[in-house]
Design a protein around this ligand. Structure first.
Ligand code: ATP
Ligand code: MG
Length: 403
């Protein structure tokens, strides 16, 4: 096992070396070390150092203050950014979510002590020296998620850690150690004090994880779901998503199945997603996918369905149907999208100005929209060709001369 074999570590190594050469300690820490030891792909690297943020900034010519109050400075090296965080301790979580005080320290052990789980409290130095104060390696071998120190205390400091434990079950397929699990069942409702944006990150990682079933069953069993926006009483529906016969599920697919099982109206879907702090874009896609999903259960692909839904969302909907044996493949969908006569109003070979000219209107008015709507419908039902001359004739004959 060597950091030399990991391209991401290798690229960040000069930053670490510069810190060490200047007399500071510097280590790779957290998720990247855990994932390297598990032979899993590494997504991003975190560097922890004994240098204070001020000292880091003095050492490197290009830095960005990304979270300097928490000790994080981004060092730009060869056009790439690396997050360098000063060893720190945290104290006094009066609100179950924020430390009242962050103190920079010079001891790696103190820094690792404040981390959530033993498997996330590992560090590795530039010469591959592995630092493991809490038997994180043993827990990796036992496939076990265990709090660093007393679980009750750690979850009382930051309630999000409970959700993180369940999310790691999903990503790693590990078990939660008994005491840690017991503490979750006991303190689950504190999760409701955590910012929804933070919960959402964990929920979405859990949904997309390889061991979604195990994680979501635990999410329900421990009662954590009760502390999430509008999930109380929805345990059976959440279990359906857990057991849904799709190996890997996207966040969009999960929301579509969820709102479908709940038989929500569009307004209720929007309310639920807004409670989860979803972006307008996400709300739009869920609504679009939900409508298409409901329609596709009743009818085959046709131009109206395809026109109303983006191709990307349609593919995700179709995967849901395929997984349930309600569709055989995406072939029909692809054929429909390929032969769609128009994909949006912009594709209609006639615009507002043409209509004003043809109908000799004095100014813009609602008639333009009505004409375009009708033409759009006729093109989609293939009653008329999307051809300028044909469309102009049609508009003149149907709407001209005060008709
Ligand atoms: P992922 O693969 O999802 O990025 P990760 O373990 O790297 O997982 P991050 O959220 O990127 O998770 O956090 C990086 C590290 O910071 C963690 O490995 C852990 O050591 C520490 N950490 C993150 N969140 C918390 C928390 N709420 N409480 C304590 N330590 C935390
Ligand atoms: Mg990470």
């Amino acid at each position: 096992m060597s950091i030399q074999k990991e391209p991401l570590f290798l690229k960040a190594l000069p930053v670490m070396k510069q810190l060490v050469d200047a007399g500071y300690e510097a280590y790779f820490v957290g998720g990247s070390v855990r994932d390297m030891l598990l032979h899993k792909p590494i997504s991003d690297v975190d560097i922890a150092t004994s240098a204070t943020p001020h000292e880091v900034k003095e050492l490197f010519p290009h830095t960005v203050d990304v979270g300097i109050e928490h000790g994080t400075v981004m060092v730009i090296h060869h056009k790439e950014g690396y997050e360098v965080t000063t060893f720190r301790t945290e104290e006094g979580y009066e609100d179950f979510r924020h430390p009242d005080k962050v103190t920079f320290v010079r001891s790696l052990e103190e820094d690792l002590k404040r981390r959530d789980f033993t498997i996330n409290a590992l560090a590795i130095g530039i010469d591959d020296q592995l630092i493991d104060f809490f038997d994180g390696i043993g827990d990796l071998e036992r496939q076990c998620i265990r709090c660093v120190g007393d679980a009750n205390e750690r979850f009382n400091e930051d309630a999000l850690r409970m959700f993180r434990a369940v999310r790691f079950v999903g990503q790693l397929g590990f078990q939660i150690e008994e005491e840690t699990r017991h503490a979750i069942s006991l303190l689950k409702m504190n999760l409701s004090k955590v910012a929804v944006e933070r919960m959402k990150v964990e929920f979405e990682k859990m949904i997309q994880s390889s061991y979604r079933k195990e994680a979501m069953e635990l999410f329900v069993e421990t009662g954590l779901y009760q502390a999430c926006p509008l999930f109380d009483g929805k345990d059976n529906i959440l279990l359906k998503i857990a057991q849904f016969s799709l190996k890997e599920m996207s966040v969009l697919q999960a929301w579509i199945v969820l709102v479908d099982e709940l038989h929500l109206s569009d307004k209720e879907v929007t309310y639920l997603l807004k409670s989860w702090k979803s972006s307008n874009e996400q709300i739009r896609d869920v609504l679009m996918g939900y409508r298409t999903y409901c329609a596709r259960k009743e009818e085959e692909w046709n131009f109206f369905l395809a026109y109303a839904c983006s191709y990307e969302v349609a593919c995700e909907v179709e995967q849901l149907l395929i997984a349930q044996g309600k569709s055989e493949s995406v072939r029909e969908l692809e054929g429909t999208y390929q032969s769609l006569p128009i994909r949006s109003m912009n594709d209609i070979q006639l615009n507002g100005h043409d209509i004003i000219r043809i109908l000799q209107l004095e100014k813009k008015g609602p008639i333009i929209g009505q004409v375009l709507k009708m033409v759009e419908k006729l093109i989609l039902e293939q009653s008329i060709q999307n051809d300028t001359e044909i469309l102009e004739d049609f508009v003149l004959n149907h709407f001209g001369n005060g008709k």
